[in-house]
Design a protein around this ligand. Structure first.
Ligand code: GLY
Length: 563
């Protein structure tokens, strides 16, 4: 086994100088494989797996475990997510390792004597769902991996055990979250030096996490869902009012699902099915937009922003009304939502000169955090993986399992607040996404792959709660409709609409004053914001047999690495 740690540190100093992918509108180009993630050390871990002859799934597994060490805001073993694989040969496949509600969960669990309690829902031991990441990664590896499982965890173990250098970005992030982490002694111990924030250049060592990762390396999922790790999780839950038991952990099972599929201007669009809303909403919007010539309308013209907004408004309304865990909602009208006929009907309801008004029905979707992470991988055979996973909020529940050294999610907050609780303050109480034993909470994550004429064309995804859907959409439109290269597509300013609240949120300076005025004339409400999403995308040019990758400069530690 080669020593991983020096390689990773070498990467750190190397990347003190921006890589070409970070320096301008030129994507990183490579022939034999590529990894784009939100941390350069994790991208490096993934590319080394490809060097050693690992598959895209091997590289994704190693990258995911590495992110759990170096990108603790969202990289995780205590959360869940989705892995979408388009093998070079054979059918695409979606791995669902979304968290589940524990057996003692109930639709009313976030209420106190009938009144909604936001802290219970988002910020407590009750907010923790049964983690899915370890089981999901293992299942994907078992079916599509080539290198030994232990090899894929070794870089993460080394970085946890021997430490890694804290970046400016991580030090700012940890300092910001420290007051919340400090509520829990194990969290404070894991992510600060006796309550003092880590500074850029400090070495962050995570011995407990290293031991947990070693158990997973040696025993596979049993090293997490049984034995010492499971006991430590259940002990913390029992001590502090959480619901997850050793039995819940032993019962966790990842699911293999059939991806949702669409067609957009000659491209096969492959994305994540429920329990994520991401793929359905994305394809619905693309279907609506296909009826118009966006390029002729002009990039970020008022007419095109209006049309995209109206398409998003309609898809998000359907999302709120229909989508949830498929195993608990067998009647979801997926075929209709994904059909071109339905898109045609929706298109007829769009007026070119006027914004629609989102229904006064008091529907709103529960708060979803921006803190998720996405990475994309392509190997030499052109197997492609899009993987998005999350702890829900940044650093999830903020609860580090004492003795086990990893953060637990607060994903139960993605369930609706309680039955009948829909009101105009932003609560929702509709049935498809109420908490229930073993149920998966609805997500917006949208790992997505495009193919054209039978060949891979694009791998993409983003963080950002509901805004994920808009970021993935823009990245695709920028390549397919506007002919941008992948770095330009990722760099370009974004905007978002999600039905309710009825407002277009746009990245500052992303829309010109005259465009804003024209949109306001049509009746749109507009709000600037700082940043929207963090994409990680790869395109493939079949004729040149070349990969192009783009890290998102909105997240400075991101990196595309190729071979
Ligand atoms: N927790 C964010 C999502 O699943 O979409």
């Amino acid at each position: 086994m080669r020593l991983r740690v020096p390689a990773v540190f070498a990467t750190l100093s190397l990347l003190a100088v921006p890589s070409p992918a970070l320096a301008g509108a030129h994507p990183l180009r490579a022939k034999n494989g590529m990894v784009v993630s939100q941390h350069f050390a994790a991208s490096q871990v993934g590319i080394e797996v490809l060097w050693e002859g690992g598959t895209a799934v091997d590289a994704a597994v190693a990258t995911a475990f590495a992110l759990a060490v170096v990108h603790p805001t969202a990289g995780n073993i205590g959360g869940g997510g989705f892995l979408l694989l388009r093998p070079a040969k054979g059918e695409p496949i979606a791995y669902d390792f979304r968290e589940t509600a524990p057996a003692a969960a109930a639709p009313t669990m976030f209420l106190n004597e009938g009144r909604y309690d936001a802290a219970k829902h988002h910020d407590s031991h009750l907010a923790v769902g049964v983690p899915g990441t370890v089981a999901g990664l293992h299942l994907a590896w078992k079916q599509h991996g080539k290198l030994p499982w232990q090899r894929l965890l070794e870089p993460a173990i080394q970085m946890a055990e021997q430490g890694f250098l804290v970046t400016e970005e991580l030090s700012r992030s940890l300092a910001g979250v420290l007051p919340q982490l400090a509520k829990y002694p194990a969290s404070k111990a894991a992510y600060s030096r006796d309550g003092k924030p880590y500074e850029a250049g400090d070495l962050l060592v995570q011995k407990d996490l290293a031991r947990t990762l070693r158990r997973i390396a040696e025993r596979g999922p049993a090293g997490f869902y049984q034995g010492e790790t499971a006991r430590l999780i259940a002990k913390e839950m029992a001590a502090r009012g959480g619901l997850i038991t050793e039995k819940d952990l032993a019962a966790y099972s990842p699911q293999v699902r059939v991806p949702v599929r669409g067609q957009y201007r000659g491209h096969d669009v492959i994305s994540m099915p429920p329990p994520s809303s991401g793929g359905v909403a994305l394809i619905q919007v693309l279907n609506i937009l296909e009826g118009d010539d966006l390029e002729a309308m002009g990039f970020r013209s008022a007419a095109s922003v209006h049309l995209i907004t109206e398409a998003l408004r309609r898809a998000f309304a359907d999302r709120a009304q229909h989508l949830g865990d498929p195993d608990h909602n067998p009647e979801m009208p997926l075929a209709r939502l994904l059909s071109k006929d339905y898109a045609r009907l929706l298109r007829q309801t769009i007026r070119a000169d006027r914004a629609a008004v989102s229904s006064p029905e008091t529907f709103e979707w529960p708060v979803e955090s921006d803190e998720t992470t996405h990475f994309s991988v392509v190997d030499a055979e052109r197997n492609a993986v899009a993987l998005t996973y999350t702890l829900e909020a940044g650093y999830g529940s903020k609860i580090v399992v004492p003795g086990a050294g990893f953060l637990l999610n607060n994903e139960m907050g993605d369930f609706n607040a309680g039955p009948g609780l829909t009101d105009d303050t932003g609560l929702i109480g509709t049935a498809p996404n109420l908490a229930a034993p073993g149920k998966r909470m609805l997500s917006s994550m949208a790992p997505t792959i495009l193919a054209k004429d039978g060949a891979l064309r694009m791998v993409t995804g983003s963080l950002g709660g509901r805004t994920i859907i808009s970021t993935v959409l823009h990245t695709i439109l920028n390549v397919v409709d506007y002919g941008m290269n992948v770095q330009e597509a990722v760099d370009a300013a974004r905007f978002h609409h999600q039905w309710l609240p009825d407002v277009i949120r746009y990245e500052r300076h992303g829309l010109s004053p005259d465009t804003l005025a024209l949109l306001a004339d049509r009746g749109h409400r507009l709000e600037p914001l700082g940043l929207l999403g963090v994409a990680a995308a790869i395109t493939y040019d079949k004729e040149k047999d070349r990969l192009e990758g783009a890290a998102d400069r909105r997240s400075p530690d991101s990196a595309a690495v190729g071979r």
